[in-house]
Design a binder for this molecule. Structure first.
Ligand SMILES: C[S@@+](CC[C@H](N)C(=O)[O-])C[C@H]1O[C@@H](n2cnc3c(N)ncnc32)[C@H](O)[C@@H]1O
Length: 344
């Protein structure tokens, strides 16, 4: 059985309880629920139940509630640990705070005051079977790799077997170059395999809306300025123009990573207009039933902060495969352990 005793079996359904930390607009939730709704294990259905969600941002909370009919709780640092229900899986795309946790590199104590500590605190108390964490790619190299090493050491001290990998949304079928580090952890030493999908990139023609209002168009001056700076010769019908920090313009048949705090004209469709809310959501792999409410600037922040859904879908599928395939091995190991203890 998946997640063994952690999963409750009801009739032909397996229940997977999870918590959605730093939930934003719910990218992790969309991924998990879509895998569970498709997943079949020996004719059994996995029913995913979100038992707790939290985000500090009022715009994120409003959008999450509008789409999932559930109001996330607020600041995680203020939530008593006992009020978070028991769960099997913890999901968290935690904020990329300036990582200050490496100070003396002495472990758990040093993480106090960072939001990673909140995750560690919950893992320590509730001991869910598995977790998926996400952060910016820069975490891997931060402080010469010491920050990530500290995080992994803390997770291991808490009893988890971990692995991490930088995934690029471009390799998961999305026309967005978005590299993020994902960390997975399990209470058993599962042979987790990061899938290397070879999914063809969705063309921008399937993302870009045919006609959009004047609101999205950059001023004539900005359009002229972009054209003057652009040296390339693009052959694609639709490209997304990207301005880097040095002011260089490039045009690709995909988008560069959407960023919450980027300037308004950082990404321009064909060098002319900004992305619509729907286009931004599609670039993250959100389904079209998802509705964004609020201002355009709040949409840019929320979607830019969110996660590429197909990357999470792939990880969840890998977790289910690993738990399923390793059940026998893990049970065997436990049996050996029991026998050794009995015969000692
Ligand atoms: C990188 S985003 C994660 C977005 C999410 N994965 C999604 O799909 O939209 C980090 C989120 O953490 C939230 N956050 C920051 N500090 C927080 C705190 N103290 N308590 C709860 N949420 C917090 C931010 O508002 C933001 O939505």
């Amino acid at each position: 059985m998946l997640f063994k005793s952690q999963l409750k079996q009801t009739n032909s359904n397996l229940q997977l309880k999870y918590i959605d930390l730093f939930c934003g607009i719910g990218g992790f939730r969309i991924a998990l629920e879509s895998v569970c709704s498709q997943y079949r294990l020996k004719d059994k259905k996995i029913e995913s139940i979100c038992v707790f969600s939290s985000d500090i941002d009022p715009d994120a909370k409003k959008n999450y509630e509008a789409n999932f009919k559930e109001k996330p709780q607020g600041d995680i640092t203020k939530i008593p640990i006992e009020s978070i229900p028991k769960h099997d899986l913890l999901l968290a795309g935690f904020p990329c705070q300036p990582f200050s946790i490496c100070g003396k590199l002495e472990g758990f104590e040093d993480t106090r005051g960072t939001l990673f500590f909140e995750i560690a605190r919950i893992l320590d108390y509730h001991k869910p079977y598995a977790f998926i964490l996400e952060n910016v790619k820069q975490l891997v190299g931060h402080n010469k790799g010491k920050t990530l090493k500290t995080i992994l050491k803390i997770l291991s001290d808490l009893g988890y077997y971990t692995d991490y990998k930088v995934l690029n949304a471009l390799n998961f079928g999305l026309p967005q170059k978005r590299e993020r580090v994902f960390i997975v952890g399990f209470r058993d030493p599962l042979a987790f395999i990061w899938k290397q999908p070879n999914i063809l990139m969705k063309p921008l023609s399937e993302i870009i809306e045919k006609s959009v209002s004047e609101f999205y168009y950059a001023s004539e001056q900005i359009q002229r300025n972009r054209l003057a700076k652009y040296q390339g010769n693009h052959q694609h019908k639709i490209t997304i123009w990207h301005e880097n920090k040095a002011g260089h313009i490039s045009a690709y048949p995909y988008s560069c990573a959407m960023r919450a705090g980027a300037s308004y004209n950082y990404l321009l469709v064909n060098g002319k207009r900004r992305l619509t809310e729907r286009e931004m959501l599609r670039l993250q792999g959100f389904p079209d039933w998802f509705q964004l409410i609020g201002s355009y600037s709040s949409a840019r922040k929320l979607v830019g902060n969110s996660v590429a859904v197909p990357c999470v879908v792939s990880i969840i599928n890998s977790i289910f495969d690993a738990v399923d395939k390793n059940k026998f091995k893990v049970d065997q190991r436990k049996e050996q352990f029991i026998q050794t203890t009995l015969f000692d």
